[in-house]
Design a protein around this ligand. Structure first.
Ligand SMILES: [Zn+2]
Length: 135
């Protein structure tokens, strides 16, 4: 299960809706032991496309430093699927890093339809969908 507070969840969906029809992306910050999200950070999508994303390594490094300073762990990533379901694409699966949570928000021009979270323990085990608990 992945827990996320209401403010962070609202921020995640707001970012995804604001970037529409482009694909939004960012980082989930929180407590890795409890698998809880306290904060989400929007990062520029280097590709600026509607069906894929790429995060700049320097942007990621800066967020990691900021997180450390605020005693937060990077516990995953989020991105949106404009006009598409909240399921992992083939590309998403290829780039998935074990032990990190991957949130996907399905959005269209009316708003957010669904948010799902996926996780993989290691590369030789399958990917599972986790329950998302918004508190
Ligand atoms: Zn995707």
């Amino acid at each position: 299960m992945l827990q996320i507070n209401k403010e962070a969840f609202f921020k995640l969906t707001s970012i995804s809706e604001a970037e529409y029809p482009k694909e939004a992306c960012g980082v989930l910050l929180g407590n890795s032991d409890l698998n809880q999200v306290y904060e989400v950070c929007n990062l520029p999508n280097l590709l600026g496309e509607t069906d894929s994303f790429r995060i700049d390594s320097l942007d990621f490094l800066m967020i990691e430093k900021w997180a450390q300073h605020h005693h937060l762990d990077v516990i995953g990533f989020f991105h949106s699927h404009p006009d598409a379901a909240a399921i992992l694409s083939e590309e998403d699966e290829i780039y998935m890093i074990p032990k990190l949570n991957y949130c996907i928000a399905s959005v269209d021009r009316k708003g957010t339809n669904q948010v799902k979270v996926f996780f993989r323990q290691n590369v030789w085990e399958g990917i599972e969908e986790l329950e998302l608990d918004v508190k």
